[in-house]
Design a protein. Structure first.
Length: 302
């Protein structure tokens, strides 16, 4: 099984490559790695690097990792997780035209806040709440997510919370779209007076921090491998959450082709995403429209 070593250099290179900007006052950055599991699942201490094993998504077992990157000392803690919904929820949502379950697109999400997940439920617990609309996919035809699934720009409250599972081999985890971490929370259910497992460690690190707003970088493990092996990329890869002059350049190119409306602002948000998707569908077809501006999209725009 292939391995992936994540350290400060790879995280910083990924941020630069995608033109993601960390808020100036941030002390911790949360990173979701889709399609890679922690080599030692219960070792959740901060270290200079973390080793992950590449693992294909199957929507049945947790096959992802969530990291906490300490920006002050460049150390990283890692927690077994899932960044995709469980297959039972996907199956149920197909009968409802995809509603009730979603898959968060990769990108950079700037504002998760401390708060209670499911405050009206006995399973409710202190977690991180998503505060703003963001791009998600919904499946209406099969039990996975690909480019032919529809994209919505909404806030279905894809929070970061406990996953209610105890190992990376578990066949059940609590996600209909939320980002979930191995372990169990403290809540009002009988016997759940304290949190346990990696979730309890993650939650403790978050809640003891004075930081109020947390940015979340969500990226696929395969993309990290590409970044780590390609030391001289032709162009930056832009996606939801990218910022800066390179995004403004993209918006200007899309505007000249009548895909982007409004004043270029250097922020890859809803309008830019919709413009990119429309452009890609026109030149690559629906199967080639992923909302990510990589080398081929740049070439087609030039």
């Amino acid at each position: 099984m292939s391995t992936l070593t994540i350290n400060k250099d790879l995280i910083n290179t990924t941020l630069e490559y995608n033109s993601f900007v960390i808020p100036k006052d941030a002390k911790l950055l949360i990173c979701g790695i889709r399609g890679a599991v922690l080599q030692v699942p219960n070792d959740n201490d901060f270290k200079a690097s973390q080793t992950l094993l590449l693992s294909d998504l199957n929507y049945k077992n947790p096959r992802c990792t969530i990291l906490l990157y300490n920006l002050q000392n460049a150390e990283i803690a890692a927690y077994p997780a899932s960044t995709v919904p469980h297959i039972k929820n996907i199956s149920a949502s197909i009968l409802k035209k995809g509603m009730g379950t979603n898959c968060l697109m990769t990108g950079f999400y700037r504002d998760y806040r401390k708060g209670v997940h499911k405050p009206q439920s006995p399973t409710g617990h202190a977690a991180l709440r998503q505060t703003a609309p963001h791009p998600i996919r919904r499946s209406t035809d099969d039990e996975d997510y690909d480019n032919d699934d529809r994209i919505e720009y909404v806030n279905p409250f894809d929070n970061i919370h406990s996953g209610w599972f105890q190992s990376i081999d578990s066949e059940s985890y609590a996600s209909a779209g939320c980002q979930v971490i191995m372990g169990y929370p403290a809540c009002t259910l009988p016997g759940r007076e304290k949190g346990v497992g990696p979730w309890a460690k993650f939650q403790s690190n978050i809640y003891k921090s004075s930081q109020q707003s947390f940015a979340y970088l969500l990226v696929s493990a395969r993309e990290l491998i590409q970044i780590s092996t390609n030391k001289d990329p032709k162009r930056r890869k832009l996606k939801f959450g990218s910022q800066g002059d390179i995004v403004k350049e993209l918006q200007e190119k899309l505007a000249k082709l009548h895909y982007y409306e409004g004043k270029p602002d250097g922020d890859f948000g809803e309008r830019t995403l919709k413009a990119v998707l429309s452009f890609q569908q026109g030149v690559f077809g629906k199967e080639g429209a992923d909302g990510v501006v990589g080398d081929l999209t740049w070439e087609q725009l030039s």
